[in-house]
Write a protein that binds this ligand. Structure first.
Ligand SMILES: Nc1ncnc2c1ncn2[C@@H]1O[C@H](COP(=O)(O)OP(=O)(O)OP(=O)(O)O)[C@@H](O)[C@H]1O
Ligand SMILES: [Mg+2]
Length: 358
């Protein structure tokens, strides 16, 4: 079996005795995109800088195509790692032409370098700017030149640190998709850092969810979203609702009926977590709601506190009758219930996650 394109094992790095990257391991196959996703300060950029070779790990190994690139003794310098970099502040050289910018990292005779620069500018649709200068280009065009510059040396691995965050939303979607297509075409493996879950889900074959220096969960976007490791993993992707209870006989009694809590011993406090879009709402009919079902359990009554129109859906906040707790429902935009309206909430059973309380 072929080794992964990039493999890092047990990477550790501390600053002033405080671990910032703590035993991070991951592997990426050729042509695959892995997103390092996590909150600010969790160690994403540090991990990338270590792989790029601009920073040393305290321990752990890095391999590219099965070849050792760096451990604590041996170290291939950054420029010989076949690792390309694209960072948010991708600064082009202002005094060099667009073509010279792209040719900058290339080796060989001038004519060959220029031909390669032309080829890669063509791939990002900017061949005609080859003799222009960076200040003559828009932000999006500069971003594409930076991409051509990063790709022209044909790196085996591309490290990208929030490369699209400087672009406005509409431009960003287009450039993101183009970039991905180009990288796939080249068979380059990508490690992309982002703190935006939508960006990760859009780009990644695999997401590595990072928190406080650790990778807490790794998997395809679908799996991370639908089988999150813990409450924070759910909360990272969307708003959440939480109800609490105690386990008795592998069941938790709640106003929404009983939930299975297999594997928890009697008396354990648990949290049942669900997303607002998995809550449905019904009008109150003479004090009654919809009939209980296996799909949604029992309905519970609450009073509308606030309803906000969000375009494709509306976000409705409820104060629940049973404990005055606030719960949120995100419902398709058919109506906006008035504050004070009593309504019944039902929760999709198969979209609820049970975690130990903390
Ligand atoms: N050279 C350094 N010296 C001391 N502390 C550092 C250094 N570089 C990073 N840190 C600390 O390490 C932690 C992780 O930083 P890092 O830049 O890897 O975070 P990040 O996940 O990329 O965050 P962001 O999403 O904000 O870019 C932070 O607490 C940061 O202050
Ligand atoms: Mg960072």
């Amino acid at each position: 079996m072929k080794p992964p394109r990039l493999e890092i094992r047990d990477i550790k790095r501390s600053y002033d005795g405080k671990p910032v990257v703590d035993n991070v391991s991951l592997a990426i196959q050729p042509g695959h995109v892995t997103c390092l996703l996590g909150p600010s300060g969790c160690g994403k950029s540090t991990t990338l800088r270590i792989i790029a070779g601009v920073e040393m790990q305290d321990s752990g190994t890095i391999h590219v195509d099965g070849n050792l690139v760096c451990d604590t003794v041996f170290r291939v310098p950054p420029e010989r790692r076949s690792v390309g970099l694209m960072f948010q502040d991708f600064a082009l050289f202002p005094h060099l032409s667009v073509g010279e910018n792209v040719a900058f990292g290339l080796k060989g005779p001038g004519a060959e370098k220029k031909a390669r620069a032309r080829d890669y500018l063509g791939r990002v649709g900017l061949e005609h700017y080859i003799d222009g200068f960076p200040h003559e280009l828009s932000g999006g065009e500069q971003q594409r030149v930076a991409l051509a510059r990063a790709l022209a040396p044909k790196p085996r691995v591309m490290l990208m640190d929030e490369p699209f965050s400087g672009l406005d939303n509409r431009l960003r979607d287009g450039i993101r998709d183009e970039t991905l297509e180009l990288l796939k075409e080249e068979g380059t493996s990508v490690l992309l850092v982002t703190h935006e879950p939508e960006e990760a889900m859009r780009m990644a074959d695999e997401i590595a969810l990072m928190r406080k220096g650790h990778i807490v969960q790794m998997g395809a976007p679908y799996n991370i979203y639908n089988a999150p490791a813990d409450r924070e993993a759910v909360a990272f992707f969307s708003d959440i609702n939480t109800i609490r209870g105690n386990v008795q006989g592998a069941l938790v009694a709640t106003p929404f009926g009983q939930f299975f809590a297999p594997g928890f011993s009697d008396g354990t406090g648990v949290e049942i977590v669900f997303r607002p879009q998995h809550v449905s709402i019904d009008f109150d009919r003479a004090g009654k709601g919809p009939s209980p079902s296996t799909r949604t359990g029992a309905p519970a009554r609450g009073v509308v506190e606030r309803a906000r129109f969000m375009g494709a859906e509306s976000l409705v906040e409820f104060r629940m009758d049973h404990d005055q707790q606030k719960l949120r429902a995100s419902v398709p935009n058919v109506f906006l219930p008035k504050p004070g309206t009593p309504m019944w909430l039902s929760v999709r059973r198969d979209r609820c996650f049970v975690f130990p309380a903390h």
